[in-house]
Design a binder for this molecule. Structure first.
Ligand SMILES: Cc1cc2nc3c(=O)[nH]c(=O)nc-3n(C[C@H](O)[C@H](O)[C@H](O)COP(=O)(O)OP(=O)(O)OC[C@H]3O[C@@H](n4cnc5c(N)ncnc54)[C@H](O)[C@@H]3O)c2cc1C
Length: 404
């Protein structure tokens, strides 16, 4: 259903109030408004967040980790929904989101990397996932820019990509068109009665009231004042630095699919967009809310990417950025009702938030309208964590992202 209404009063009451307008908050708000809920988003800068930096790999199979099979099921469910989700969003927003069904090639250089990739391949096949082993020569035939030292690789035809900046821009427009009300201010604290969340107070003192409040504030989700300890999500920031290069038309097609590798134990990937942008990522650093781009981070990314595809040193370097992944203790998201009635979570998506966007929107819209968490999301209930704060550092000023 398309809702064209807005709430009568600027401060609500709303059916659903979403704190945080990153990719996860926006998809939640859009899907909720489409179900006919009076919906609002509070965020000083909606449409920004980690998706400004993210590579946009939809890598359910190549990012498979041992012990994460439950998350794999959710990742695959979301990947399957992507084509339909993109079609719906592009129609609702009138904007192209840069979805590219190009597949991924994961390669290995030395015997250790090759053995690890072989193990991953066996694991993928045991789980019934589609993935093909290629020799080094076959890899280079697919991607001629690869270094001669590549010894083998996995071709995964189902791991695609989307442009996260375009995705959030389209979600913002789709929300506005569906009647979502935007409050461009920071939520200062959760308001509540003795036993129920009732909304938030904004930094300028405005009070917003809502039947249900959704905490979707990314890596800051554990920091909202007024949330009782038993409901605080154990989410922490995990810094990632990323480079953006440009492939001049004379060099195209430089790469035809996402290429990734493990180099000296670190992971590097190159994501080529149809626009000519080439994203090189990413570091993974536990440094609190620091978003400084460092010489060391840029050096390591360029060094590893150069080992994988030597020709990249010819390309213009157009941007360096750092963003914060909202990490959770088991690397999986927190979806649905918290320990405090009226307060729900849509956070902790860590390195898969872009991939998990479609399924998160569906799950959150369902729980907001029916009160029931769908079967596929039950393993991701926020209540799976004990009711304590985790290793979230004490309050310090939060530095802004620093484009260089
Ligand atoms: C380097 C890097 C590479 C990545 N690559 C990929 C990838 O290839 N594929 C993939 O699927 N995922 C990737 N990710 C992960 C993905 O970007 C995140 O999981 C996702 O963007 C998280 O979205 P979010 O909306 O939960 O949080 P965020 O994007 O952090 O958004 C949170 C929003 O909440 C707002 N906010 C915070 N506090 C408050 C408050 N008190 N009041 C109001 N608003 C508030 C902020 O302003 C922000 O807009 C990557 C991330 C990084 C950093």
């Amino acid at each position: 259903m398309h809702a064209s209404h807005t709430s009568g009063e600027p401060g609500g009451p709303y059916d659903a109030l979403v704190v945080g307008g990153g990719v996860i908050g926006l998809v939640t708000a859009w899907r909720a408004a489409r179900r006919g809920l009076r919906t609002a988003v509070a965020d000083p800068a909606p449409g920004g967040g980690a998706a400004e930096v993210a590579a946009g790999m939809l890598a359910a199979v190549t990012e498979l980790h041992y012990g994460e099979q439950t998350l794999l099921a959710l990742n695959l469910a979301s990947a399957r929904r992507y084509p339909e989700f993109v079609a719906e969003l592009e129609e609702a927003s009138g904007q192209d989101v840069g979805y590219r069904a190009c597949g991924t090639l994961a390669v290995a250089f030395d015997p250790d990397d090759r053995a690890q990739l072989r193990e991953l391949h066996d694991f993928q096949r045991r789980l019934g996932l589609e993935s093909h082993w290629l020799t080094g020569r076959e890899c280079r035939r697919l991607e001629p820019m690869l270094a001669p030292g590549v010894r083998g690789g996995l071709r995964v035809d189902g791991d695609h990509q989307v442009d996260p900046r375009r995705l959030t821009a389209a979600l913002l427009t789709a929300c506005e068109r569906a009647g979502v009300v935007f409050h461009r201010a920071r939520a200062e604290r959760l308001t509540r009665t003795a036993d129920r969340a009732t909304g938030v107070e904004l930094a300028d003192g405005t009070r917003l009231t809502a039947g249900r409040t959704v905490l979707a504030a990314g890596s800051l989700s554990g920091r909202l004042a007024g949330v009782p300890p038993e409901a605080l999500p154990p989410v922490r920031p995990v810094k990632g630095q990323v480079l953006r290069l440009r492939v001049p038309p004379a060099y195209a097609p430089f790469l035809s699919r996402t290429v990734r590798a493990q180099v000296r134990g670190g992971h590097v990937y190159l994501v080529p967009r149809e626009s000519g942008e080439l994203v090189v990522g990413a570091t993974s650093e536990e440094l609190g809310w620091d978003t400084t781009v460092t010489a060391g981070g840029v050096y390591e990314l360029l060094r590893d990417a150069h080992e994988l595809v030597p020709g990249i040193t010819e390309l213009p370097l157009v941007e360096t950025r750092a963003g914060l992944r909202p990490g959770s203790p088991d690397n999986a998201p927190l979806l649905g009702p918290s320990a405090l009635p009226g307060l729900l979570m849509a956070t902790g998506h860590y390195r898969n938030g872009v991939l998990l966007t479609p399924v998160t929107g569906d799950v959150m819209a369902e729980v907001l309208t029916s009160g029931e968490l769908p079967e596929e999301a039950r393993p991701f209930s926020p209540r799976r964590f004990p009711a304590t704060r985790t290793d979230v550092p004490p309050a310090t000023p939060v530095p802004q992202e620093q484009p260089v």
